[in-house]
Write a protein that binds this ligand. Structure first.
Ligand code: B3K
Ligand code: ZN
Length: 885
């Protein structure tokens, strides 16, 4: 690898952006494909910017240059220079054609960036991954997203070994060659940046479907997978067709090529990739069947298929000027994906899931040493910025703005954004500009959200004036300092709110001084856009209970001194499922504080009481009830502590659940479980999924107070489960409860699924959830298992990721054994796959707020990684920020 830190260049800065000196109008690529060596011939049609002088400079890394010609003439040695990362060529003119030939070694590529081999060499296949900067590992090119070119790609290979040859764009011929070889050509009529280039070659099978767009164009949809997996692609095809239809109906966006290929691989650094006309998916987000996939995984497949498809407009047709604008495509596409999933499933449950993810993954990032704005100001390694902040917080920003414009206004703005920027590389200013212009509203104040890191704290105080029948709500904001950003400015924060009377009804809102006062409405948005502001509501007959930030109208942390009884009222009466859940989460957090501080039990009593009542309310949706019965997770609870002791957090959260289970009652839990278990099926409709979700939650609660019964029921459930959802839920209850039956179930699972990599990932990860410190021994045993390998990202995540992130109590051992093991593996992993190593290292996030003993141990483990020779730029940037951020 040549991106090791000893050679790492200065950070890239947004403020240094300059338009490219050289553009490429057209690229002709020819690949002679082989597993060990592949040769790539490239012809670039170049266009110079007359305002910028100097030699042509192209990116290129880790390739062997075989030949170089300019305008049909071999180049003299003095006319070009190739250092490790840049090829410089003299004498290039506007209109010149540069031809290079390079040799690559796909099978030796363990970083899974550029061209690589997926699977064993005898039967694996070749594929590419170019975003963000992988194209420079394939050929010499101005590898930046603002260079858009038309691509003609010819693939040549042995027909037996590589019967299927695919590249992005429309097919443009194929045929036989001498010596058992064949060729295929693809032409992409839509100019695109190099990061959207892709090819795939190997023994794959296909599932086809004919799609007709809204305007009547025929498109061939083809999903490709290895022979043993092609039977698991039906659900993804269904999701793809629904996504295409949805984007036509909701955004007026149609697909624009004759074919749309999707390929599944088990060897992939992330979820999937939106390459133009040739999406490539981590098998985890494409394959699904009831025997090996859980309900959550089905929904993830649906969401990721939609996400990648939606990129065809938000990302591909309109791409990013530079990588600082990454959220322009990612935040927007996550938002579109969330809207789609909400429409396909339940909007309330989807919002709960998204907000829970934001709090679990993005808030801690924003509060720790890796905090960065949605549009960062600088980076060393762009792959480190595919973060929850850029994706999830970025989506929240789009949601806030969309909420400000309303459904029709947002659509109007999006239409203008797409039409004005089609075929261009755009910026966030272009996005906000189009939305503003189409609506005659100045959205520029929202740009501050993109440049300011950290989660704002929103404080709310209410005062009721009985004499004037008025209620004054005082809102104020404060954003704590983050690395390199000590001073924070006030942001526009839309706060959707309602007021409840004591009987639990929403009252009509009359906001003083508001001309556009939609008198009589029971819900409205106020925008806090300075440090502090007051909002006076009139004609209020009694001190109301405010419901604030409804639907999570802004990505902030709300601080409001609610009386427990007020939260309980909202939890019981709010007609909106999301807000009800939110009230329950706040009340559970207060109940947790009761247990920790041991002073009063009002919140604990109120929480248990309200949930016990809802438990018996047959009208409540089963999935919503399951979510209501789940307190915030350990990571979220830790975020509120000044000094975190993960084992205390774990114990307190367990106690919280015990109190709830006791209050509902052993008998009621068991009865409900048994009635749910009597109606088990493997259907995927919402009601069946909800049923399984509640059944799992009830069994988990029962295991807190009656482990013997719970484990007996879990064993039965495991043995008779018709679907993976039920099977894995049962296994998880057995493992987490350290039940005697766990061993046999794990043996059985391993045998049954030995040939199914995605199921085996679950076998690894479920075991990382063993309670307490003993899990370290299990992790060590599992990494010695023949099925474990550091070379496969899914497997690494299923063991080390699931353990270090999903089991804080098990990872943060007081003796530092967890930190040491992770540090050692990071060093090994970095030599194979820097992107995965860097991502795994973020499991140390939050180390500075650990209690002093663990903090010291964590620091020395991170320092030992930092001191390791030859660290990649990826891992180096993370550990340096971790230590000095
Ligand atoms: N755009 C890709 C992510 C690429 C990550 C590069 N390290 C998948 C997605 O967000 O749709
Ligand atoms: Zn994306």
């Amino acid at each position: 690898m040549n991106n090791r830190s000893d050679t790492s260049p200065a950070p890239v800065r947004l403020s240094d952006y300059r338009a490219p000196a050289w553009r490429v109008s057209q690229v002709e690529l020819t690949f002679d494909l082989g597993i060990d060596t592949t040769e790539v011939t490239s012809r670039l049609h170049l266009q110079g910017d007359p305002a910028q002088q100097g030699p042509l400079r192209l990116d290129g890394e880790g390739m062997e240059l075989l030949s170089i010609e300019l305008d049909g003439q071999p180049l003299a040695d003095h006319a070009w220079r190739y250092t490790d990362t840049v090829l410089e060529v003299d004498g290039v003119r506007d209109g010149s054609v540069l031809e290079t030939r390079v040799r690559l070694q796909p099978a030796a590529n363990t970083a899974l960036e550029g061209l690589y081999l997926s699977g064993p060499r005898e039967r694996g296949f070749l594929l590419t991954q170019c975003e963000a900067e992988g194209f420079r590992h394939i050929t010499f090119f101005p590898d930046r997203p603002d260079v858009l070119a038309s691509y003609t790609v010819t693939l040549r290979a042995d027909r037996d070994r590589f019967p299927v040859l695919l590249a992005g764009g429309n097919p443009d011929g194929e045929g036989a060659l001498e010596g058992g070889r064949h060729w295929a050509r693809f032409v992409d009529p839509h100019p695109k940046p190099s990061y959207l280039f892709a090819l795939v070659a190997g023994r794959l099978q296909k599932l086809e479907h004919d799609y007709v767009t809204g305007s009547g164009r025929s498109v061939k949809l083809v999903i490709w997978a290895e022979p043993d997996a092609i039977g698991q692609c039906g659900y993804a095809m269904d999701a793809l067709e629904r996504s295409m239809r949805w984007d036509e109906q909701v955004y007026g966006r149609e697909y624009d090529l004759d074919v749309f290929h999707v390929v599944a691989t088990h060897d992939f650094n992330m979820g999937a990739m939106e390459n133009k006309g040739l999406n490539i998916f981590n098998a985890k987000y494409l394959l699904a069947d009831p025997d090996s996939s859980t309900d959550d995984e089905y929904r993830a497949v649906e969401a990721v298929v939609a996400h990648e498809y939606f990129h065809n407009w938000s990302g591909n047709r309109v791409t990013c000027r530079d990588w600082f604008q990454l959220s322009l495509k990612e935040g927007l596409t996550v938002f579109r994906e969330q809207q789609f999933s909400a429409d396909m499933n339940s909007p309330a449950l989807k919002r709960i899931e998204d907000v829970a993810l934001l709090r679990r993954a993005q808030f801690p990032e924003d509060a720790g040493p890796l905090a960065h704005p949605v549009r960062p100001a600088q980076y060393s390694e762009i792959n480190n910025f595919y973060t929850a902040t850029v994706y999830e917080k970025g989506s929240e920003l789009v949601r806030m703005i969309a909420g400000r414009l309303g459904r029709e206004g947002f659509r109007r703005g999006m239409d203008l954004y797409f039409s004005r920027n089609d075929g261009r590389a755009a910026t966030l200013e272009d996005f906000l500009g189009a939305l503003s212009e189409a609506n005659g509203i100045d959205l520029s104040p929202y740009l501050a959200w993109y440049s300011q890191a950290g989660t704002p704290r929103l404080s709310a105080r209410g005062h009721y004036d009985a004499a004037h029948r008025s209620y004054t709500l005082t809102l104020s904001q404060h954003t704590p300092p983050t690395p390199q950003q000590s001073h924070k400015q006030a942001l526009p924060i839309p706060v959707k709110l309602a007021l409840f009377d004591r009987a639990g009804h929403m009252i009509p809102l009359h906001l003083a001084g508001d001309k556009a006062d939609a008198s009589g409405a029971t819900e409205r948005v106020v925008v806090l856009d300075r440090a502090e502001q007051q909002f006076v509501f009139q004609q209020v007959n009694d001190a109301p209970v405010p419901s604030l930030l409804r639907g999570f109208s802004a990505p902030v942390i709300l601080e409001c001194a609610y009386a427990p009884a007020d939260l309980a009222l909202l939890l019981r009466h709010d007609p909106d499922g999301f807000n009800r859940w939110e009230a329950g989460q706040q009340l559970a957090t207060r109940a947790y504080d009761n247990l920790r501080d041991g002073d009063d039990t009002r919140a604990l009593d109120a929480w248990c009481e309200a949930l016990a009542a809802l438990f018996n309310d047959g009208s409540l949706d089963a999935a919503l009830l399951a979510d209501l019965l789940t307190p915030p997770g350990e990571i979220e609870l830790s975020e509120r502590e000044r000094q975190v002791n993960p084992s205390h957090v774990h114990t307190l959260r367990q106690q919280l659940q015990e109190h709830l289970a006791v209050r509902i009652g052993q008998e009621a839990l068991q009865r409900r479980y048994e009635s749910l278990a009597a109606h088990t099926n493997l259907q995927l409709d919402a009601a069946s999924q909800a049923h399984r979700r509640l059944k799992r939650r009830v069994l988990e609660l029962l295991s807190r107070i009656d482990p013997w019964t719970a484990h007996t029921l879990a064993t039965l459930q495991y043995d008779n489960a018709p679907s993976m959802t039920d099977r894995l839920a049962a296994l998880s209850v057995l493992v987490r409860g350290d039940a005697p039956q766990a061993h046999a179930a794990l043996l059985h699972f391993r045998e049954r699924y030995a040939d199914n990599p995605l199921a085996m990932d679950k076998w690894f990860s479920v075991q990382t959830q063993l309670p307490g410190e003993v899990v370290l021994e299990r992790v060590r045993a599992l990494e010695a298992d023949a099925a474990f390998t550091l070379k496969n990202p899914n497997r690494v995540n299923s063991l080390f990721g699931a353990w270090a992130r999903g089991n804080p109590n098990g990872f943060h051992r007081p003796d530092g054994g967890g930190y040491q093991l992770l540090a050692e593996r990071l060093k090994q992993l970095d030599a194979l796959n820097p992107q995965i190593a860097a991502r795994m290292a973020t499991a140390f996030n939050g180390w500075q707020r650990l209690e002093p003993g663990r903090r010291t141990l964590a620091r020395s483990a991170i320092e030992s990684v930092a001191a390791h020779p030859g660290l990649s730029r990826n891992l180096n940037e993370i550990v340096q920020s971790m230590l000095h951020g």
